[in-house]
Design a protein around this ligand. Structure first.
Ligand code: KG4
Ligand code: ZN
Length: 359
């Protein structure tokens, strides 16, 4: 993020802040208007899932083209539905990274054009910070906090000492959880995106196929999912070669139990180790029934306050980008008009300035 300090972005006390937010990092085009980083006035999402289904995954060039087709209409519709005049917007937030570069650029160019035309500050925003701050749309985040980020592209345990400051404690060394779910789903014959299908099959199954738990070194907060995914693929291939029927439900359940046990154990350990006041679950896989119920039960048993956004704010959406960008806006930290898509953008680097404080 090219940071500039902008007096226009300094909050005026007692004035509501209206942020228009744009998200195009992957296969959802989304535009939202968020009030004071917490109240969603409008959150429009045009999903491309039906298009990418035919290919069994997201095709970057196709995603970019669809963003181009949707973005102008969504911007107009979001502003109209917010009931605000364009000039009443205080800032324009946009996902700067990580994500598919061509897809990111569509949202960034649209956001820049709007910021320039309306003479409003632009705030390049980190996609994962967005997923984390989706929680602020339901309740105020208490610090220090631990976030368990589980999406199609990311699996991370993030420590937040204070508002807007991020430290990645651990992450996947290979596949992201959602990615592993989608690959397992494909092997079991479910359509893309397969995560919800595996979740449903797992919850419905009475049998379970025991699969390994991948803990890695003692004390590590990292994850590894490719071995588990390969174990599933081997089981499916072996059954097929022997002409046996594949126990789809049992495999789905065994896979889910293995993934969930490790995610929950590491997240809870992080909460205790860092004395976190809250655990925040976020990302597309936060929609997973097995994960939600296991984490909820464990947090209740250990009296750990847990926040989980509603489903519509778990998968990619622009409201979460508006919530995260607000944290920067309150500190007057905005971007210049030279930002570009940053596919590998670091979450730590997007942290608010250590010395900056709310004015
Ligand atoms: O956060 P998200 O919408 O996009 C990324 O930023 O990656 O996450 C999408 C991922 C997909 O891999 C999808 O299969 C997975 O979330 N997902 C699920 C469930 N719902 C969505 N995975 C497991 N169980 C679910 N119920
Ligand atoms: Zn995402």
């Amino acid at each position: 993020m090219n940071k500039v300090s902008n007096e226009k972005a300094r909050p005026v006390q007692d004035k509501d802040v209206y942020m228009l937010a744009v998200e195009t990092s992957c296969d959802e085009t989304s535009v939202a208007v968020v009030k004071n980083g917490r109240e969603v006035l409008v959150n429009l999402v045009a999903s491309q899932i039906e298009t990418h289904k035919a290919f069994g995954g997201v095709v970057p060039e196709v995603a970019s083209r669809q963003h181009v087709e949707c973005i102008t209409l969504l911007l107009e519709q979001a502003i109209a539905e917010s009931g605000l005049q364009p000039d009443e917007l205080d800032a324009i937030a946009v996902t700067e990274g990580p994500g598919l570069v061509g897809a990111l650029l569509v949202g960034i160019m649209a956001a820049k054009a709007l910021a320039f035309a309306l003479d409003k500050p632009l705030i390049g925003t980190h996609h994962i910070a967005g997923h984390i701050y989706a929680n602020q749309l339901i309740a105020d985040v208490q610090y220090p906090a631990i976030a368990l980020v589980v999406s199609g592209g990311h699996t991370e345990i993030v420590r937040m000492e204070s508002e807007g400051r991020f430290e990645v404690m651990g992450q996947t060394r290979d596949d992201a959880v959602g990615e592993a779910y989608d690959k397992v789903a494909r092997a079991l014959g479910f359509p893309y995106p397969g995560g919800p299908h595996v979740d449903k099959a797992a919850q419905a199954s009475e049998s379970t196929v025991t699969l390994p738990r991948v803990w890695l070194e003692e004390g590590s907060y990292d994850f590894s999912l490719s071995g588990l995914k390969s174990a599933v693929l081997n089981l499916v291939n072996q059954s097929r070669m022997k002409g046996e029927e594949v126990d789809k439900g049992g495999i789905a359940r065994g896979f889910q139990e293995s993934v969930v046990e490790v995610l929950v154990a590491k997240a809870i350990r992080a909460v205790h180790e860092f004395g976190a006041k809250q655990l925040l679950l976020c990302g597309g896989v936060a929609a997973n029934g097995g994960l939600r119920s296991a984490l909820t039960a464990r947090c209740e048993a250990e009296s750990i306050p847990l926040l989980i956004p509603p489903m519509k704010y778990c998968t990619d959406n622009a409201a979460m980008i508006g919530a995260a960008a607000y944290v920067k806006w309150t500190r007057g930290e905005v971007s210049d008009l030279y930002i570009k898509g940053e596919p590998g953008m670091s979450l730590e680097d997007w942290s608010v300035e250590a010395t900056a404080s709310r004015s």
